[in-house]
Design a protein around this ligand. Structure first.
Ligand SMILES: [Zn+2]
Ligand SMILES: [Zn+2]
Length: 203
């Protein structure tokens, strides 16, 4: 059977679900960068809905896992990837905080700006550094949603990051091995093979 070229390609939707007003410039950077890295169409999703049961008042943080569960039914639907971006601090029960979380090989991912800016700074003052950090964490979580696991190369965007030092040490792109794995995973999930250029940036 011949598949129509591009028919099964997922799009990546970037969705602001934070408390502050939508930081349009920042979201557009995330959208453009993730599109370049994964070679897919990326769009902004402008839904006004917000997860209602993710906030934990005892911790003053939001459960990233509950946000992911909510994202499966809210937003653009499971044939696409959805990356939620928030300014609320995220946690999973065993950790004090997370930069983000994703469903491994799934549909949804979430990242937060909360730990990527100096404490108390509004997003607007995060500048280039925040944009660089957020785009890396966005690519990392979307990578997980395609099924990529952690990489041992510290410069690869799929390397584990639990501190800002680790975030700043990595590049914004996939290493050769992760790129090859990504193409393989995408092919097996129904997307057509893409002879795109290798996205590991030289920075
Ligand atoms: Zn990870
Ligand atoms: Zn890698």
């Amino acid at each position: 059977m011949t598949r129509k070229a591009g028919a099964a390609d997922p799009s990546i939707y970037v969705w602001w679900i934070g408390a502050e007003a939508t930081p349009g410039g920042l979201l557009n950077e995330v959208r453009a960068h993730t599109g370049r890295v994964f070679g897919l169409t990326t769009r902004l999703w402008r839904g006004q809905e917000r997860p209602s049961d993710a906030f934990d008042p005892a911790r003053n943080q939001s459960s990233s896992t509950r946000i992911l569960e909510w994202l499966v039914t809210a937003g653009p639907g499971e044939t696409h990837k959805v990356l939620a971006v928030t300014d609320l601090d995220l946690f999973i029960p065993v950790l004090t905080f997370v930069f983000g979380e994703a469903q491994l090989g799934g549909h949804a991912a979430v990242v937060s700006t909360a730990r990527l800016v100096p404490s108390g700074s509004p997003i607007a003052r995060g500048g280039r550094l925040l944009a660089a950090r957020l785009t890396k964490e966005a690519v990392h979580e979307i990578g997980h949603s395609f099924g990529l696991v952690h990489c041992d190369l510290v410069r690869c965007v799929m390397s584990r990051s639990s501190s800002l030092l680790q975030v700043d040490a990595k590049s914004g792109g996939l290493c050769q091995d992760c790129w090859t794995r990504y193409l393989d995973l995408r092919e097996h999930s129904g997307g057509p093979h893409d002879e795109g250029t290798h996205p590991y940036p030289g920075r």
